[in-house]
Design a binder for this molecule. Structure first.
Ligand code: DX5
Length: 228
């Protein structure tokens, strides 16, 4: 990797205590997280349902950390403004859910938010080739979306490397995020392949030594893998 983008650790609230989301967001800030990801699911694009915009808005006052929202929904265009109003500054849409992805990314920027594109495991890296000029982050899913606690799909690592090459060839500052099964045993492989932003839910909230230890461990393992 010719560039050296900063390592960001982004816990997902999907593994938080849903009865204490505000408090858990505050705890993630204390623990040293770089920002917080909200996994929004509509029961149609993925077989699960999670957070509406009002739930996120209720947690917004509890932390100063930036919020990103991973919209695992059909037709994210219809909901985008609601999540910006709820306090999310980065909106991630799935290429598979957007008939007009180029227009959707323009819409997100028009709302004053940054735009990310997520790719399911079976979607090729080339799906973002024509929209990198409108993309602030590419999310390579390392599980099939819908649930936390799933097994990391290591065969995504060549795709991570391909997306990193595409980003470098573009000459643009675009983050490369991975999400799904990221933990102490998998973060190094994803980092070595080219990821610089790491989403983790169960590995953070389930860490035996607590949130701060989990965030620090992921960060140091990712940095060490990139340095090697
Ligand atoms: C899947 C979700 C999960 C979540 C992280 O739809 O996107 O990947 O963010 O879950 P863990 O870290 O528990 O695999």
């Amino acid at each position: 990797m010719t560039t050296n983008p900063p390592i960001h650790i982004v816990p997902s609230t999907l593994s938080a205590d849903f009865s204490r989301l505000g408090e858990d967001c505050a705890a993630l800030e204390t623990a040293g997280a770089d920002r917080i990801q909200w996994d929004v699911m509509d029961g149609a694009f993925v077989p699960n349902i999670t957070f509406g915009p009002d739930v996120i808005a209720a947690s917004r006052p509890h932390t100063s950390l930036p919020f990103e929202v991973h919209l695992m929904v059909e037709g994210p265009e219809a909901l985008a403004s609601r999540y910006v109003d709820a306090g999310c500054e980065l909106l991630i849409v799935h290429a598979e859910a957007c008939v007009h992805l180029h227009r959707t990314l323009e819409q997100i920027h028009g709302l004053g938010a940054a735009a990310g594109v997520a790719l399911n495991p079976s979607t090729p890296a080339t799906a973002v080739a024509q929209v990198l000029d409108l993309t602030d982050m590419v999310l390579v899913m390392t599980v099939n979306p819908g649930f936390g606690g799933q097994k990391y799909i290591a065969t995504m690592e060549p795709k991570i490397a391909e997306v990193r090459r595409m980003i470098e060839e573009s000459g643009r500052h675009i983050d490369l995020e991975v999400d799904g099964g990221i933990g102490a045993g998998t973060v190094a492989g994803a980092a070595a392949a080219g990821a610089n932003v790491f989403v983790a839910g169960s590995a953070v909230f389930g860490h035996p030594e607590g949130l701060a230890a989990a965030v620090a461990e992921l960060r140091s393992l990712a940095e060490a893998a990139r340095a090697s």
